[in-house]
Design a protein around this ligand. Sequence first.
Ligand code: FAD
Length: 506
Amino acid sequence: MTGPIEVLPDDIHNRKLVDNVHPGDWANPEPAGRYNLVVIGAGTAGLVAAAGAAGLGARVALVERHLMGGDCLNYGCVPSKGIISSARAAASVRYAADFGVNVPDGWAVDFGGAMERMRSLRAGISRHDSAARFRDLGIDVFLGGGQFAGPDTVEVAGRTLRFRKAVIATGARAAAPPIPGLDEVEYLTNETVFSLTELPSRIGIIGAGPIGCELAQTFARLGSEVFLVEATHGILPREDPEASGIVKNSLVRDGVHLLCCGQETKVRKDGEQSRLYVQSHGQSYDEPVDKLLVAVGRAPNVDGLNLEAAGVEYDSKAGVEVDDKLRTSNPRIFAAGDVCSRYKFTHAADFMARIVIRNALFKGRAKASALTIPWCTYTSPEIAHVGLYPTETEKQGIAIETYTQELDHVDRAILEGETDGFVRIHVKKGTDQILGATIVAANAGDMISEVTLAMTHGLGLKRIAEVIHPYPTQAEAIRKVGDLYNRSRLTPFVKSLFKKWLAWTR
Ligand SMILES: Cc1cc2nc3c(=O)[nH]c(=O)nc-3n(C[C@H](O)[C@H](O)[C@H](O)COP(=O)(O)OP(=O)(O)OC[C@H]3O[C@@H](n4cnc5c(N)ncnc54)[C@H](O)[C@@H]3O)c2cc1C
């Protein structure tokens, strides 16, 4: 039996969630002899590794100390996208007049209702990651904290699991930045923000990375006054500056107060509230906020695993050290997902777990460096990226040519009122080989898959230009980039040849 776990608020939806992903009456099985694979952590990486290995006939144990489904289901992708959809609905109402639709005065967001909708959807999705489902797949599911007892043994809840191979898939958690006063105030992280039931009238968000930006826009659209603090200039510092500039304008239009180039940030408790101090662009801010959300990066979960006993090298910031085959310094032990990767995305964790199955169980030679990993930040508009940025190609000494199709020349984007964006594709100079792409568009996350497919299978921009896209769609912008490339090949010399041929055949 395991101890009870409560996810707040304690309502019918969260009880259903917990019943699925950490049932209070769960009885851990008796360990079977030696396992082909012991998986520590039942987030995306662990679930995919366990299900994949069991499906191939391996004897598998899966160990989870908290909620199966990990961050993605419980505190990450699922709840964030759940409330983003409510925020998008609110924005549609707010901007409805631009579309000739008059909404009566007095309309209001029901924040509690939006959060309950999210909890209900999350509970429904949780069936897929449930302990019972994984037991039914033939996996021994152990609920409890796992730690290594030696190079080929893991201990969990008083039981010892022996393994031929193991996977560390313990994920990451919100990092706590060294901001003066932070340890004196109560602040939210991704583990607590989705438990809110009342809209904070003023919320401070520290960190304008993907999580900070998605939630800043969401809270603003749902009615909070939002102060978004970022140490660098603008938002989403990793992204193409023109792309992040478009999203920045959108956040500001939605009412987010962006305090970028923030210096001397500190916080202080002030009765029921907190005060947020920051210097931004030569101005001092001292803002009282009801809630403070910290979203400044992720720290790998390496503590408490007794990695020393297993001979697994790690770094408290970068996580478990792995080679390109995702093998740790102990050849029996692999790692996958946020605990060992700089690509902290669910789909990256999924594909790393597939590599581990091949390499750990079948002496495969699959390499993480061969993965083409796209990503997306689900603001409005979304920013999606795949491959290299120009700053990276420059560092690597690769000359590129860049083709950009603005959305204000794409009929569907014009008709939807979504012209702030573009599709930008970088190719190796003198070729049509795609090295990277950034898309800013309402559904950039869906659109980037076409470019990812092309990159994964070595299809160049010429091939994209040959693909018929339905009219009118925003994805047509991708084909138009192919047209731009083809037109760029039409040099004056080629044009003069065409002209001569056409004159001759008149
Ligand atoms: C707010 C937010 C929004 C996000 N949105 C997206 C998105 O839209 N798209 C996207 O691709 N990614 C998104 N992510 C990132 C995504 O959630 C992670 O990349 C993904 O969950 C990583 O999966 P994982 O299996 O590596 O780790 P996790 O999901 O963190 O799972 C690790 C599991 O290991 C367990 N564990 C840890 N230590 C032990 C131990 N000693 N014993 C037993 N169990 C242990 C943990 O309890 C946890 O369940 C988001 C993240 C956040 C925080």
